[in-house]
Design a protein around this ligand. Structure first.
Ligand SMILES: Cc1cc2nc3c(=O)[nH]c(=O)nc-3n(C[C@H](O)[C@H](O)[C@H](O)COP(=O)(O)OP(=O)(O)OC[C@H]3O[C@@H](n4cnc5c(N)ncnc54)[C@H](O)[C@@H]3O)c2cc1C
Length: 550
């Protein structure tokens, strides 16, 4: 006899755990099926060095920002150990000397730091911050909005579209224009409109290219910057990012503990191979080992190619949907480098190995927009960047749980290697890439190389094959304009429902993903619960047509 539940959640990443917690909280007997030996997915804290288990790294994702207080409070995450330390400033030490710090919420100190490089930019900075805050007021709530099915003439969809338009009726011509700029411009062109110094522009451009297969001169990167700037770690400080105590794995652990407290069962080492569909309705799942588990509600949180093409199967899906998922863009060219250090970097521009403010935020290697662009052009030409850029952080500036006293962890989020490096491990080339990255930091902090005790380099192949991040994309799919809002993951299916009745979708490939925000999981559970309450079982199965490629 197959085991039966009210709801199955496929994938024990943070979104799967959030979905399960909400389903169980509403009374559904829920099981999470996770393929790996642990939950968390890309939110994971691990000890990658067997001979030094006392060092733990937040192996992939590294900072919190976008999780809304609703989820944090509903799941009582604080009582399950969720603690976040707000980050310090952006910091860049320049190879030619000097440094810059940019503070999220200290206008006076921002002025002093930026004025060293440009008085004009120092004066403009408060206006830039206010401009971004104004846009965040519009875009922030949009993250919690279920995208309407734009273009559909069905009464329910038309109401959704009209409701969205009504909610934004107060927007002024100017705000619409600014949002349009943000959606269509490159971060480089946008920053050129505001600032003059290459130091300031380099620092501000980083958020426009994080995790993105696009250099700062590509249209759409201005929006990526906004996505990374509208966050709120729950304390009302917009754009502030924070380090969770215990690394990102501790966030997933807190959600898992909340889910269990609501009665969720979590099965590890349980890879799902197929979603069972019968008469257009989901019936359960089959595991790799052949076991079947039945449920009338299934939430998948896997990459869309895995979830739909591999597990649901093209025969159970409409042709246009299959075509859209096949053309889903899922590149990043990201390499994560995790280092254990015997001491903090001693920057020539700001000497000292004692903990100082510039160690507490982003420790960047992105001295100018041109530097970042060069790294992208190398990768686009099919080579790993000769001089990669990095968004570095030292979580142990606050978090004492990750390594022995006196030592530190440095987490380097670096770009780019070629987009097709998900096909082969490229192990030796990744090590050489890491060497070059380390050299760049050593140029500005000459104790750096010698301070490295252990290193761990995770490239696109490992991200795909070990963590299920197809193509190595960090968000289950690029945040490019054609993959946002009502297009995420496919037009007509942005409401966390799928073409299969009873099957819901809540991975980072839906609206508000990516990032460790939990919103996709929360929305998928809400959609499932709303349908259960209304006696529906999700979207009525559309007329299934044979799949064809474009
Ligand atoms: C290098 C890197 C850095 C990042 N940095 C940040 C950051 O600093 N801040 C931030 O907010 N976001 C960051 N992100 C993005 C963020 O981590 C992801 O968007 C998010 O964690 C994805 O969560 P998810 O639950 O949607 O999917 P996942 O975390 O991918 O979870 C999916 C789960 O499904 C499991 N699974 C896969 N196949 C199967 C199967 N067949 N059967 C059962 N289970 C299966 C996987 O093992 C995994 O546990 C980063 C990502 C990466 C890769």
């Amino acid at each position: 006899m197959a085991a039966t539940y009210d709801a199955i959640v496929i994938g024990g990443g943070h979104n799967g755990l959030v979905a399960a917690a909400y389903l169980a909280r509403a009374g559904a007997r829920t099981v999470v099926l996770e393929g790996r030996h642990k939950t968390g997915g890309a939110a994971t804290t691990e000890s990658p060095w067997p001979d030094a288990p006392e060092f733990k790294v937040t192996r992939l994702s590294y900072v919190m920002s976008l999780m809304p207080p609703t989820i944090i409070n509903d799941l009582k995450l604080a009582s399950h150990g969720y603690t976040v330390y707000p980050m310090g400033p952006y910091y860049q030490a320049f190879p030619d000397g000097g440094s810059i710090k940019i503070f999220a919420d200290d206008a006076k100190r921002n002025y002093d730091s930026v004025a060293q490089w440009s008085k004009n930019d120092a004066e403009v900075m408060p206006q830039w911050d206010a401009w971004l805050a104004g846009l965040a007021d519009v875009l922030g709530p949009m993250l919690l909005t279920v995208p309407p099915n734009i273009g559909s003439r069905k009464p329910r969809d038309l109401i959704g579209t009209l409701r969205l338009a009504w909610r934004h009726r107060g927007l002024k011509v100017r705000t619409i224009a600014d949002a349009t700029r943000l959606m269509t411009m490159s971060i480089a062109d946008l920053l050129d409109d505001w600032f003059e110094s290459s130091q300031v522009k380099g620092a501000l451009a980083v958020n426009g290219v994080i995790g993105t297969w696009a250099g700062p001169y590509e249209p759409g990167t201005a929006y990526v910057m906004a996505h990374h700037s509208i966050g709120d770690i729950g304390d009302g400080h917009l754009g502030n990012w924070g380090f969770p105590e215990g690394g990102m794995g501790a966030v997933a652990d807190a959600i898992a503990a909340a889910a269990k407290a609501f009665g969720v069962e979590i099965k590890l080492n349980s890879p799902v191979s197929r979603v069972l569909v019968s008469g257009g309705h989901v019936a359960g799942v089959a595991l790799d080992n052949g076991d079947e588990i039945k449920a009338e509600t299934v939430v998948s949180t896997l990459h869309p190619r895995t979830a739909f093409l591999d597990q649901v199967g093209e025969n159970n899906l409409p042709a246009d949907f299959v075509s859209d998922i096949k053309h889903w863009k899922t590149r990043s060219g990201v390499v994560k480098i995790n280092l254990a250090l015997s001491e903090l970097p001693n920057f020539t521009a700001d000497p000292g190995t004692d903990l100082a403010e510039h160690h507490t935020g982003s420790v960047e290697m992105a001295p100018s927009m041109e530097f970042i662009e060069r790294a992208f052009q190398d990768a686009r030409d099919g080579k790993p960047a000769a001089r990669p850029f990095s968004d570095g952080v030292i979580p142990t500036a606050f978090d004492k749980t990750l390594c022995p006293e006196g030592t530190h962890i440095l987490s380097l989020f670096t770009q780019w290697v070629p987009a097709d490096w998900n096909h082969e491990p490229h192990a030796a080339e990744l090590e050489a890439f890491a060497d070059r990255m380390i050299e760049l930091y050593d140029e500005v902090a000459p104790n750096f190389k010698a301070s490295i005790l252990h290193r761990d380099v995770v490239g696109p192949y490992q991200m795909e094959h070990e963590y299920g991040l197809v193509g190595g994309n960090i968000f289950h799919g690029e945040l490019s304009l054609e993959q946002l809002f009502h297009m995420r993951p496919a037009p007509g299916y942005a409401d966390y429902r799928t073409p299969v009745a009873g099957l819901y979708y809540g991975s980072s490939a839906t609206h508000a993903g990516g990032g460790v925000c939990g919103i996709p999981g929360w929305q998928a559970a809400r959609a499932a619960l709303a349908d259960r309450k209304a006696g529906r079982s999700g979207r009525q199965q559309r007329q299934a047509r044979p799949a064809s490629s474009r």
